[in-house]
Each structure stands twice: as C-alpha cells, then as structure tokens.
Write a protein that binds this ligand. Structure first.
Ligand code: 13P
Ligand code: SF4
Length: 408
C-alpha cells in the first residue's frame, strides 16, 4: 500500500537556523582573549546576554572573586555549585562538583542538603537538575541566555509533530524514542510518556541496547552525529539509518523508507564539535607521529572513525589525566576543557585539534559576574534565575531520566 506523505506532518517549510547557532562564530577569538574581562567588555560581542544590574558590568575577575567568596561564606552549605567541564577557568574553580552531563545529573539527584543548586552549565543541564532534585530545592542558572544550539535544533513542537507522524505511520510501539540529554524537558517528557529514555554521551551505547530490547526501531533526538556514531558501534548499517528533517513532510522520506529504517536520526548537530575534521587529525599525526587522537562523539562519523578513541568529556578528561608522562594528545572537544587538561598535564603534549579558538558560545556566557549576581541575590534573600518545569512535564521527564540512571 502506498501512503501519501501529505497525510503526515503537512507541508515542507524553509529551514530555520536557531539564533544560538548563528551567534556561535561571534565567540571565536585568539587564545590570549580567553581569560575573563569585565563583562562590559565581553558584552561587546554582539549576541544576546541576559540583563544584569549595572554594577556587575565593570568588575574585574579579581573583584568578582572577592565578592563570590564573601557571598559563599554567608550562604555556607545552603548552596551547592555544579560545574560542567566546559565552563571557563574563572568559573569552574567555584564548583563543588565538576563532571560531564551524566555525572552532574547524578550529583543533582544526590544533593539532598543544599537549599539551592547553582548550575554552571547550560539550560538543559540546569533543567535536568531541577527534574531530578527534590521539590523543595531550587535550581539556578546564572545566565538564562546560556542555552545550547543543538538543543535549539529540536523545538518541542517540531519533535511532537514528528512523533505524531511516526506513531500514525508505525503504530504504537513501532518506535522507541531516545533523547540526548541536550534537549528540552518537554522532549524528555515525550520519551518518558512513550516508553522511551534519555541518554548522555557516556551511556549512549547501553541506552540504545536498552531501547532495542524493547522495540525494533529507534528515534534519536537531537544529535544526528552521536546517534549515528552510536548505532555504528552497535553494528547497524548506514543504510538502516535515516535523517529526519523537521522542515520536510514526514522528515523528507517516503513511508516505505521510514518503515524500512532501524534508526531515525533527528537533523541536529553541535556547532562546536562539527568543526573537528579528518584533515585536522591528519595534520596532528604528521606533526606528532604516534599521537593519541581523542574526540567527543558529537563529532561527525568521519572524524570519530579517524580518531583513536571517542568519549564523553569525563572519558576525555580521565584518558589524558591518567596517561603516562610524555604522552601526546590531540583533542576534539571544547577549548576550555582542552586548555585545562593542557595546563594540569605539563609533562604531556596536549592540544586542541582545531587551530581556531571557538569556545561553546553558550557555556561561555556563564561569566563570573553572573555567578556573583545570583549568589549576592541569594545572600540577600532573593531568588533570581530560578529554573522551573511544569509539574506534568516534570513527572514524565523524570521517568525517562530515571530509566537512564538505572541503565547507568
Ligand atoms: P558530556 O555529557 O560529554 O559532558 O557532553 C555534554 C555536551 O554538551 C557536549 O557538547
Ligand atoms: Fe550544546 Fe555543543 Fe555547547 Fe555542548 S558544546 S552545550 S552540544 S552547543
């Protein structure tokens, strides 16, 4: 039977780039420009920054350091700070716990003491902390403009439409939804409601296996590269995978093609990790024969296959830190983590594959001035930048996240 694709998802439309994607290149800079300057200088980078009281605009990193310490003193163990590995130097050292997305989500679930969790990371991470911590706790993101361009490539409405189309075509249970942590709470809830699950880059293989024990087909949102790299690791052929365009009716496929697929990859990517190329790997190997190349699985399939190892930010951190003196590492991940690893391993050669310095523009928006602002406010009894998730969404999203925590 042939089905008219117009039945599913309506008409195609022009592709739209999220604003966070467009803004990325504004943050590419020279190595010497990386250290934090007073926020007033940094906001000259013409992108969206959250408004902040004027007095914070002029403070130097040293002045902010004094303020942050004073506020933390006042707050004591009422506050815990979680920090993702991509945070800047001037922010990460305040973190009580550092980690990749998986470890930080576990930390958030384990924080029973602190009244307030300040998440130095990006919006989807803080939202996940909100979902996993206890109801009386409050989660704060220092700068609400710290989103994620990949997460923004899967607007909730588009994901819901795709799900409706897939269910109409394949029937209930015809596809198991998996969402990468880098997605909205509503998409996590969609997975929770429909027998699906969340994954991070550290457990994607195990999560795919979990899903294939429950169904014959997987929908993976929003990072096509992590999805493809993971499916390949499990021995799934490229011709069993399709890329779902949210801008085309039925993702750009015929019903027959969707039915014959095993993995449906959402057409999203990370602007930071798609910068790493096979050519850069070749150049690193020519310069340092025998060098270890390690990349994040958000890189393209070609880059991951040309590297020696791929893994989450925690896997990368451990591999470099635990390697013997004299080891050489070319790394395909965000520059703040690479520079930190280079600094803390002076007896090794450690550098970023990409010669152009382009930090994750949204992680980078957690300037110490924002951390100082939210801490000062808390010390004065005020709550700013609280992350909230609507109750029903929270319940279903927690189901999907708890499934992931059980898989480990
Ligand atoms: P990790 O889970 O490896 O920390 O990755 C998060 C992320 O956003 C990478 O771009
Ligand atoms: Fe999002 Fe990429 Fe930044 Fe990670 S590095 S937070 S995926 S934009």
């Amino acid at each position: 039977m042939t089905i008219n694709v117009r039945q599913f998802g309506g008409l195609s439309r022009d592709p739209v780039l999220p604003i966070t994607e467009i803004e990325h290149s504004a943050f590419c800079k020279s190595e010497s420009d990386l250290p934090a300057k007073p926020l007033l200088d940094e906001i000259k980078v013409n992108v969206r920054w959250q408004k902040i009281p004027v007095k914070y605009l002029h403070l130097t990193a040293e002045e902010l350091d004094v303020r942050i310490h004073e506020a933390r003193e006042k707050l004591g163990n009422r506050v815990v700070i979680l920090g993702h590995h991509y945070q800047r130097e001037e922010v990460i050292h305040y973190a009580d716990f550092q980690g990749d997305s998986f470890l930080l989500s576990r930390q958030a679930a384990n924080q029973t003491e602190a009244e307030h969790i300040i998440f130095c990371g990006v919006h989807f991470m803080a939202e996940t902390a909100r979902i996993l911590c206890s109801p009386q706790q409050r989660v704060i993101l220092p700068n609400m403009a710290a989103g994620c361009s990949m997460a923004d490539m899967a607007p909730t409405g588009d994901a819901m439409d795709a799900w409706d189309d897939l269910e109409a075509l394949l029937g209930k249970g015809g596809v198991v939804p998996i969402t990468y942590m880098n997605s909205t709470a509503e998409i996590k809830a969609l997975c929770g409601r429909n027998g699906g699950i969340v994954c991070t880059s550290s457990n994607a293989v195990r999560v795919f296996q979990w899903a294939f024990e429950r169904g014959e087909r997987v929908l993976f949102l929003p990072d096509q590269h992590l999805g493809r790299n993971t499916a390949l690791k499990l021995g799934i052929d490229l011709d069993e995978m399709i890329v779902w365009s949210p801008f085309k009716a039925l993702g750009g496929h015929t019903p027959e093609r969707v039915r014959s697929s095993k993995v449906i990859l959402w057409q999203g990517h990370c602007s930071v990790h798609t910068r790493f190329t096979v050519r850069q790997i070749k150049a690193a190997r020519e310069r340092y024969p025998g060098i270890n190349v390690i990349v994040h699985p958000e890189c393209t399939m070609e880059t991951v296959q040309a590297a020696d190892v791929s893994g989450s930010t925690e896997v990368i951190r451990k591999a470099v830190n635990e390697s013997p003196p004299g080891s050489k590492w070319a790394i395909g991940t965000e520059i703040s983590l690479v520079n930190r690893l280079a600094k803390s391993n002076p007896d090794k050669v450690v550098f970023c594959l990409d010669p152009i310095v382009c930090p994750c523009s949204t992680m980078y928006r957690i300037h110490p001035a924002y951390l100082s602002w939210v801490l000062d406010a808390l010390a004065a009894g005020e709550l700013v930048n609280e992350i909230r998730v609507e109750d029903e969404t929270m319940g279903h999203a927690r189901t999907a996240l708890e499934r992931m925590l059980l898989v480990g």
